[in-house]
Ligand binder design. Structure first.
Ligand SMILES: Nc1ncnc2c1ncn2[C@@H]1O[C@H](COP(=O)(O)OP(=O)(O)OP(=O)(O)O)[C@@H](O)[C@H]1O
Length: 205
């Protein structure tokens, strides 16, 4: 689904060749500052490499309209972005971007419950804890129904049990719905347990 060839970005990232398959779970691991977030941002064209090519479904990524591409390939950034408004508003804001206003409130309530966020959808999102904000932002991405989900350390603020519960659900969802998941994680255990492929990025010194 993605193919990267001869990629170079500043003196941060060099990748000779990389393939990421459709309908697979890929984890990106590596030490802090090695370029994991940088690679993720390149996969939905938030940043472009200085050299080399990135293909999405065999077409160069910069040939796509960036907005259309980001509706199909949705990235959840490392720090959750919470807007003023209720939890529900914060979840539905992703739907507005993906231009599909139809949603199932039961599905959203079910996700909140599955992810152990014991809050009412009408409560203000600003009062949530860091870990709850992370999970609300993850629900926002799932509800957008993208083809590819890019997650940048989606569970960094969660305890181990909640982390496992959330990732387990997301991976099952991805498999059941034929999606592609690419996730940066600090946890080699999570990577080993859930991924079909692991990409390890090493820092250049
Ligand atoms: N636009 C930029 N210009 C210059 N340097 C940058 C830019 N973006 C990132 N960097 C640097 O590139 C390196 C890789 O950053 P990146 O965020 O991709 O690492 P990471 O592996 O995701 O790190 P972490 O695990 O700490 O989140 C860092 O040293 C960062 O400071």
């Amino acid at each position: 689904m993605f193919e990267v060839k001869n990629l170079k970005y500043k003196d941060i990232l060099y990748i000779d060749h990389l393939n990421i398959n459709k309908n697979s779970v890929t984890c990106i691991v590596g030490e802090s500052g090695s370029g994991k977030t940088t690679l993720l941002k390149m996969l939905n064209n938030i940043i472009s490499p200085d050299e080399g090519e990135i293909y999405f479904n065999r077409k160069e990524i910069n040939q796509y309209n960036p907005i259309d591409l980001r509706r199909r390939v949705v990235m959840l950034p490392q720090t959750p972005i919470i807007y003023k408004g209720s939890i529900l508003d914060n979840i539905l804001i992703g739907k507005k971007f993906s231009k599909s206003e139809i949603y199932d409130i039961k599905e959203i309530e079910n996700l909140l419950e599955k992810f152990n966020v014991n809050k009412n959808l009408n409560e203000p999102a600003e009062n949530l804890s860091g870990g709850e904000k992370q999970r609300v932002c993850l629900i926002r991405v799932l509800i957008m129904n993208p083809e590819v989900i890019l997650l940048d350390e989606p569970t960094s603020a969660l305890d181990e049990n909640t982390e496992d519960l959330v990732i387990n659900y997301v991976v099952e969802y991805v498999k059941k719905n034929n999606k592609t998941l690419i996730m940066v994680t600090h946890s080699k255990e999570i990577a080993k347990k859930y991924s079909d492929h692991i990409i390890e990025i090493t820092k250049r010194r």
